[in-house]
Design a protein around this ligand. Sequence first.
Ligand code: NAD
Length: 426
Amino acid sequence: MTDSEVGKRGNVYENVVWQFNKASDLMKLDLDIRKILGKTTNEIIVNFPVKMDDGRIEMFTGYRVQHNNALGPFKGGLRFHPAVDIHEVRALATWMTWKSALTYIPFGGAKGGIQCDPFKYSQSELERISRRFTFALGNNIGPEYDIPAPDVNTNPQIMAWILDTYISTMPAHERQACIHVVTGKPIESGGSLGRDKATGQGVVYTVEEWARDKGFNLAGATYTVQGFGNVGSWTALLLKQHGSKLLAVEDASGAIANAEGIDPEDLIAYAKKNNGLISEYPKARPIDRKTLFQTKADIFVPAALENQITADTAPLLNVKLVAEGANGPTDPDGDQVLQQKGIDLIPDILCNAGGVIVSYFEWLQNKRSEFWELEEVDTKLHRKIVSAYERVRDTAKEYKTDWRTAAYIVALSHLDTVYRERGIFP
Ligand code: NAD
C-alpha cells in the first residue's frame, strides 16, 4: 500500500446495501419492507448555469436524493465537493433515514449536493451557485417536505442564501412561515443555539456513555481526529474539556502530530486564519496519512469523508474506540478488521446524530416561533442521544452482534412497525 492509497474511496452505496442486508438477515426483516427500504423514493438531478465573476457561464450538476419519508419530512444535508455523485448522495440519504429512525426523530432521510470544488470560487460565486441550485430544486424542497442542512463544505451562510432564495419565490404572505425550509442557519436568521457544535457535542455525549460503560476515564485519555471542520474541531474542543489530549489531526491539506498534545482551541484559531487548513500549524510536526492511522491513542474520531477505515487502514489502527463523527467512514472490510482487533465502535448513525437532533430542535423552534436557551438544547440533545445509545447497546447484547448492525436493527424495527401499522396505499 502506498501513502496515496491510504483512505482510497469506493462506491459507498454498496456499503449501505451490505450493512442493510446484514442487519435485515439477522433480524429477519419482512421481505416486503426490505423491498421498500432497499430503494430511494426520489432522485433529483439538476444541471444549472451560474455566471462567474469574470462574466463566463459555468454549468453545475446538483443532486437531491430523497430516500424515505415514512416517519416525517425528508431531511439531510447538502455537500459541495468534487466527489459528490449519485452513489454518494444515495448512500448519505439512506443513512439519514436510519439515523432519524434510530433517534426517534420525526424525519425521513435525504441528502444533496453539488459536484464542485468550492475552494475554487469567490464568495459571490458561491452565493450565486447556492441560489441557482435552490432555484433549480424548486418545490423539491420545502419546510414540511424536504429540509436541507449543512454538510461538508457548506455552512450557516450558505443556508441563509438558500433560505432567502426559497422564500423569495414564495407568495409574500407565506414567506415568514417558511423559514424552517433549512436548518443550520445563522442564529440571527432563525438558527438554534447549539446547532453549530451539535454534531461534535453528540459525538462526545456518546463517547462519555461508552467511557462510563467501560469504566474508562476520559481525563488524560488520548485521541486522534481525521477532518478538522465543523464536526472534527467541535469534537476535539469538547474532548479537551474532559482533559483528554489530542495527539494527531488530519485534514484535506495534510496531517500533523505532537506527542505532547495539540491544543484544539489554538488549532481552530490557526485554521481560521489559514483558509480552514491545518497542515502548516507550527506547534506540531507534519506526518503522513499512514502515521496518523498508526498513532497509538485511546480514541480515533474520523470526521471527514467516507471509506477511510478499510482493509488497508484498519490494521494500522492502535486505539480502543472508533467514534464515527463522519458518515460512512468505515467500509465493511474495515468493520471486520476492527471487530477482529477488538476495537469498539460507535457507529455513524448514532455517533453523529447530534446534528440532525438539534436540526429538529431548530425546525421546532421556527414552527413555534420560539427561541430556546443553550442549556435547554443541550439537555434535550443529551437525553435523545443517550437513549439512542442505550437502545443500540442493549440491542447489540440481545442479538450478540456488532454495534453498527445493532443500530440498523433498532432503526429498521422502528420503520418496520410504522409500515405494518399504516399498510401500503391503496
Ligand atoms: P466540514 O466541511 O466542516 O469539514 C470537513 C473536514 O474534512 C475538513 O477539515 C476537510 O479539510 C477534511 N477533509 C476533506 N477531505 C479530506 C481527506 N481526504 N482527508 C482528510 N481530511 C479531509 O464538514 P463537516 O460538516 O465537519 O462534516 C464532516 C463529516 O461529518 C462528513 O462525513 C459529514 O457528512 C458528517 N456529518 C456532518 C454533520 C454536520 O452537522 N455538519 C452532521 C452529521 C455528520
